[in-house]
Design a protein around this ligand. Structure first.
Ligand code: PGA
Length: 252
C-alpha cells in the first residue's frame, strides 16, 4: 500500500511570518487527513514553520542541503544544522538546482548519500527538459538521473526515498503532462527501481508527479496507477489551493 504523499515546495517564497501563518492555516484544514503532507520552506523560514507545525501532521523539509558535514562552504547549510531544528526531510535534485545552479547527477548522489547517513527522508527529483523529450531522450535521461542519483543506496534505505517525476517543461508553466504521459514516465521510473532493487522495493516506492499541479488537475493525475502523490510549487503557496490538492490525496 503506497500512502499518498503531497508536498509543497515553496521555493524562494514566504518570509518566516508568512510561512508560519500559512502552516497554521494548513494545519487546521488538513487535520486528521491520512495523506502524508509536507512543506519545504526556504532555510530562514524553517524555524518559524517548525514551531507552527508542532503537534500537527505537517512534515517540514528543506529544499536543499550541502553534501559535506561542515567547513568552508560559504552560504551552504548542513544536515546537522537542520537536525538541530528538528528537520529530517529534504528535497534533493530539483530541476532548478540542476539547471540554474548546475548541480550534476554526481553531486546530487553525494547529497543523497549524505542525507541518508543522517537518516533523512528524501524527495529525489528527476525529469526531462523539453529538448530532451523532443529528441526522444526521455528514458535515457530518467535512467541516468535515477541510476546515478541512487548510486550506493541500499535496498533497505529505499524506504527513505521518494522520487518526484517533474518534467521541466511543466514546472511553473501551466502546462501539465497528460495523465497518460505522466503515468508512463512513472511506470518507467518504477521499472528502473525494480532493476536496481527488485520488484517489492519498486512496488513500495512512492513516486510523486510535479509540474503545474492544481486543484483542477490533481484528481486525474492521482487516479493513475503509478502516481502516488504530488510535488507542488505555485499552488502550495495558498491554503485555498494546496488544501484541495491534499484532500485529493486522502485515502477513501
Ligand atoms: P509548479 O512547481 O507546481 O509551480 O509547476 C513544481 C515544482 O517545481 O516542484
Amino acid at each position: 500500500m503506497r500512502i499518498p504523499y503531497i508536498a509543497g515546495n515553496w521555493k524562494m517564497n514566504m518570509t518566516p511570518s508568512q510561512g508560519a501563518a500559512l502552516v497554521k492555516e494548513l494545519a487546521k484544514q488538513v487535520k486528521g487527513c491520512n495523506a502524508k503532507v509536507m512543506v519545504a520552506p526556504p532555510f530562514v523560514t524553517i524555524p518559524a514553520v517548525v514551531e507552527a507545525a508542532k503537534g500537527t501532521n505537517i512534515i517540514v523539509a528543506a529544499q536543499n542541503i550541502n553534501e559535506h558535514d561542515s567547513g568552508a562552504y560559504t552560504g551552504e547549510v548542513s544536515c546537522e544544522m537542520l537536525m538541530d531544528l528538528g528537520v529530517g526531510n529534504v528535497i534533493i535534485g530539483h530541476s532548478e538546482r540542476r539547471i540554474i545552479y548546475k548541480e550534476s547527477d554526481e553531486l546530487i548522489n553525494a547529497k543523497v548519500l549524505k542525507a541518508l547517513s543522517h537518516n533523512f527522508d528524501i524527495v529525489l527529483c528527476v525529469g526531462e527538459t523539453l529538448e530532451e523529450r523532443e529528441a526522444g531522450k526521455l528514458e535515457e535521461v530518467l535512467s541516468r538521473q535515477v541510476n546515478v542519483g541512487l548510486k550506493g543506496v541500499t535496498a533497505s534505505q529505499m524506504s527513505a526515498i521518494t522520487i518526484a517525476y517533474e518534467p521541466v517543461w511543466a514546472i511553473g508553466t501551466g502546462k501539465t503532462a497528460t495523465p497518460e504521459d505522466a503515468n508512463k514516465a512513472h511506470a518507467f521510473i518504477r521499472s528502473l527501481v525494480a532493476n536496481l532493487y527488485g520488484k517489492k522495493v519498486a512496488e513500495e516506492t512512492i513516486i510523486q508527479y510535479g509540474g503545474s499541479v492544481k486543484p483542477s488537475n490533481v484528481k486525474e493525475l492521482m487516479a493513475c496507477e503509478h502516481i502516488d502523490g504530488a510535488l507542488v510549487g505555485g499552488a502550495s503557496l495558498k491554503a485555498e489551493q494546496f488544501v484541495p490538492i491534499v484532500r485529493c490525496g486522502v485515502l477513501e
